[in-house]
Design a protein around this ligand. Structure first.
Ligand code: HEC
Ligand code: HEC
Ligand code: HEC
Length: 102
C-alpha cells in the first residue's frame, strides 16, 4: 500500500511537471562565456519538429543538474546537439552559429 502510494506521488509530480513546464523540460539555457548563451526549446523540438523524448533521453541528456558540458568540437563529432545537427537530420553545427547563439 505504501509502495503504491509512493508511486502515485511520483507520478503526480511528473505529470504536473509536464503540464506546467510547457513541453518536457521547457526552455533550457546553456550559459556561456566564449559565445552568446544558447536556449534549447523543448517546444520547438518536440512539437514543431516532432522529436521524441526517447530520441534525446537518456542517451544524450538527463537534467541540467547532471549536465556534462561539451565543446563545439565534440558536437562536430556527434555529441549533444551534434548527434542530430550534422547536416543530415538537422542543420550542421559547423555553421548556422547564430541559429543557436543569437
Ligand atoms: C531534441 C532533444 C530533446 C528531446 C526530444 C527532449 N528533450 Fe528533454 N532535455 C533536452 C536537453 C538538452 C535537456 C537539458 C539537459 C542538460 O542540461 O544536460 C533536457 C532536459 C529535460 C528535463 C530536465 C529539465 C531540467 O531543468 O533539468 C526534463 C524533465 C525533460 N528534458 C523532459 C523531456 C520530455 C518529457 C520530453 C518529451 C516530451 C523531452 N524532454 C524531449 C533535450 C531533449
Ligand atoms: C545546434 C546548435 C548550435 C550551433 C549550430 C552552434 N552551437 Fe556553439 N554551442 C551550442 C551549445 C548548446 C553549447 C554549450 C554546450 C555545453 O555547454 O554543453 C555551445 C558552445 C559553444 C562554445 C563554447 C564551447 C567551446 O567549444 O568552446 C563556443 C565558443 C561556440 N559554441 C561557438 C559556436 C560557433 C562559432 C558556431 C558556428 C560555427 C556554433 N557554436 C554553432 C550550440 C550550438
Ligand atoms: C534528436 C535530434 C536533435 C537534437 C539532439 C537536437 N536537435 Fe535541434 N533540431 C532537430 C531537428 C530535426 C530540427 C529541425 C530541422 C532543422 O532545423 O534543420 C531542429 C531545429 C533546431 C533549431 C531551429 C528551431 C526552429 O525555430 O525551428 C534550433 C535553434 C535547434 N534545433 C537547437 C538545438 C540545440 C541548441 C540542441 C542541443 C542542446 C539541439 N538542437 C539538439 C533535432 C535535434
Amino acid at each position: 500500500m505504501n509502495k503504491l502510494l509512493g508511486s502515485m506521488v511520483v507520478c503526480s509530480m511528473v505529470c504536473t511537471a509536464t503540464v506546467w513546464g510547457a513541453v518536457g523540460g521547457g526552455d533550457i539555457v546553456f550559459p556561456l562565456t566564449g559565445a552568446s548563451n544558447v536556449t534549447f526549446g523543448h517546444d520547438t523540438h518536440v512539437v514543431k519538429h516532432k522529436q521524441k523524448c526517447g530520441d534525446c533521453h537518456y542517451r544524450l541528456y538527463t537534467t541540467t543538474a547532471q549536465r556534462k558540458d561539451v565543446t563545439m568540437v565534440q558536437m562536430q563529432q556527434g555529441q549533444s546537439c551534434g548527434f542530430c545537427h550534422n547536416g543530415q537530420r538537422a542543420f550542421d553545427v559547423k555553421g548556422g552559429c547564430t541559429k543557436c547563439h543569437p
